[in-house]
Design a binder for this molecule. Structure first.
Ligand code: HEM
Length: 136
């Protein structure tokens, strides 16, 4: 095998490896790891309440239900902190991970990968923060 053939084979192998990576990343999509598929029908409070443990942890945050079971081992706090909101409306803990301190934008993006549906009869989400108007 001459040098050109070796270089060509290496290039093709490299291209195939890159294509495999890109395709597998694309297939994994935006769902970070919810163990349940998203529902079209709203999720009842009774069903939410049944998923109240490490083995099945659903949280309602601002009217949307997330199955965060797979994320629990990765959460950066003590486990009981994140387990406390399982099976409940956990909006308060989400918006105040510490008093007055909300989770980051990165945490919100992570959360969206665990979305499984909307909570039945949810209160409307809180109003958006007031916009800063420029003083002319
Ligand atoms: C709703 C109940 C929750 C409570 C009470 C809570 C509490 C906390 C606390 C106390 C910290 C600070 C940990 C430290 O710095 O040692 C933290 C950080 C963090 N939490 Fe949570 N958490 C909750 C849910 C979640 C969920 C559902 C996710 C994502 C799926 C999440 C993602 C994160 C991330 C990524 C951080 C790192 C800091 C940041 O990005 O804000 N948490 N959380």
């Amino acid at each position: 095998m001459n040098l050109n053939k070796i270089a060509y084979t290496a290039l093709v192998a490299f291209g195939a490896a890159i294509a495999t990576l890109v395709i597998s990343h694309g297939l994994s999509g935006t769902r970070a790891g919810a163990t349940e598929p998203p529902r079209a029908a709203p999720i009842s409070r009774e069903e939410l309440a049944r998923h109240n443990s490490r083995d099945g942890c659903w949280k309602a945050i601002d009217g949307t239900v997330y199955d965060i079971t797979a994320y629990i081992p990765d959460h950066p706090s003590r486990e009981e902190v994140v387990l406390a909101g399982c099976g409940k409306d956990a909006s308060e803990g989400w918006h105040n991970k510490r008093p007055g301190v909300a989770h980051s934008g990165a945490a919100s993006r992570l959360l969206s990968g665990y979305l499984i549906g909307e909570l039945e009869d949810a209160a409307p989400p809180p109003p958006a923060a007031p916009r800063c108007e420029r003083i002319p």
